[in-house]
Design a protein around this ligand. Structure first.
Ligand SMILES: NC(=O)C1=CN([C@@H]2O[C@H](COP(=O)(O)OP(=O)(O)OC[C@H]3O[C@@H](n4cnc5c(N)ncnc54)[C@H](OP(=O)(O)O)[C@@H]3O)[C@@H](O)[C@H]2O)C=CC1
Ligand SMILES: CC(=O)N[C@@H](CCC(=O)OP(=O)(O)O)C(=O)O
Length: 347
């Protein structure tokens, strides 16, 4: 049995981690923490767990937790994990950080986009960007995984095959993305009040969202050239889900069948990436509650562009599910363990 601890178990990602780990047949949950609910049992905070999971929430004593577990999941606001993790912790337990602290390899880039000091820059080289389908071999060997962001997971999976094969102009990429409100977390925030976001739809972070450098770094690595792109997120009044529509100009005309063959080459053996049939495009309800990323493609011969539509559940493939997938890889388990659920539709 893998002994696991969840730091930040009372947030939206934390509660999805609890749901997945609690039923994972190879995992024993040993320790959960919270900032505001220390001493409370989990089913007092989340009534849906009544009679199912009543572990007490503890303070965040990371050294003590590392002594008791094999893997620590960090589900905290960015900027905290890097101040808590160090060599001493990593000697005792593996770490999967679901926040952004180890996702960007350049300390200066991280500090300027996140407006905070990095607490353990010496670990940036060692941390592996845990986009499982792209980095499986590195994830197997590492002690610390930077679990990718939700928008980046969907954007990078949607675009990497055509960039890897050099089929599109590297400076032509536009990513138009939409997220449900759980993407903003559980803590109070005016923009996510019911009356502020219900019956409305807005773009935000235009040309300035912190996921831009994360997406650019990974797509640059995939394509072998520097990618600079436009990324525009939108807030949609739904609970969960991310839909990405990405556009890129073809270097030379290609048919739908040729582009489809490239996606099949890259994802044909991937359980969690599903390609839709021609003319069918992903919907967030098809991935709700599951670890799948659905991808649909269109070649617009009129504009010579490829249009790729991707969908994930922001809290599952975009966070807790991918974190469990990373744990499975790190501990040599079947990658699908504990992640067999299909979408909770109608949900
Ligand atoms: N929501 C999503 O879809 C996704 C989120 N992420 C990332 O995952 C991380 C968690 O996100 P999410 O669950 O949405 O956030 P929430 O705001 O819902 O939860 C945050 C968690 O961290 C705890 N916490 C807050 N502040 C502190 C602090 N100063 N010290 C210690 N613990 C603290 C909270 O405890 P308490 O409940 O007691 O206040 C809670 O358990 C973030 O880095 C987020 O960016 C990544 C991908 C997708
Ligand atoms: C809807 C919404 O507000 N989404 C969040 C991103 C979601 C997220 O969790 O960010 P990380 O993946 O980097 O942790 C935002 O735009 O900041």
């Amino acid at each position: 049995m893998i002994k696991a601890g969840v730091i930040g178990a009372t947030g939206y990602v934390g509660t999805e981690l609890i749901r997945l780990l609690e039923k994972h047949s190879d995992v024993e949950l040993k320790y959960i923490t919270s900032k505001s609910y220390v001493g409370k049992s989990y089913d007092e905070i989340y009534e849906n767990y009544r009679g199912v999971f009543d572990m007490e929430c503890h303070e965040q004593d990371i050294e003590k937790i590392a002594d008791e577990v094999d893997v620590i999941f960090m589900a905290l606001p960015h900027g905290i994990a890097s101040k808590e993790i160090d060599e001493k912790i990593l000697e005792k337990a593996k770490v999967i950080d679901i926040g952004a602290d180890y996702r960007i390899s350049d300390q200066e880039v991280y500090e300027s986009w996140y407006n905070t000091e990095h607490g353990s820059p010496e670990l940036l080289k060692e941390a592996v960007y845990g986009l499982c389908e792209l980095k499986r071999e590195e994830v197997k060997k590492t002690r610390i995984v930077a679990n990718p962001g939700c928008y980046p997971t969907c954007s990078i999976l949607s675009l990497s095959p055509i960039l890897k094969e050099g089929l599109v102009e590297e400076d032509s990429i536009i990513i138009d993305a939409k997220s449900g409100v759980t993407g903003a977390g559980r803590s109070l925030n005016i923009g996510t009040h019911y009356t502020e976001c219900n019956e409305s739809f807005k773009a935000y972070g235009i040309a300035s969202h912190r996921h831009t450098p994360e997406i650019e770094e990974q797509l640059s690595e995939v394509s072998g050239s520097d990618i600079v792109l436009n990324f525009t997120p939108h807030l949609v009044p739904m609970n969960r889900g991310i839909l990405v529509t990405a556009y890129a100009k073809l270097k030379s005309p290609k048919s739908y069948e040729e582009i489809k063959a490239v996606y099949e080459k890259h994802y044909g053996d991937e359980h969690f990436v599903r390609l839709t049939k021609e003319g069918i495009f992903p919907e967030t309800k098809w991935v709700k509650g599951s670890n799948f990323c659905d991808i649909g493609i269109k070649v617009d011969e009129r504009t010579n562009r490829v249009i790729v539509v991707g969908a994930i559940d922001n809290m599952i493939k975009g966070a807790a599910g991918q974190a469990v997938q990373n744990m499975n890889i790190m501990f040599g388990l079947d990658e699908k363990s504990g992640l067999e659920d299909v979408s909770i539709f109608p949900g």
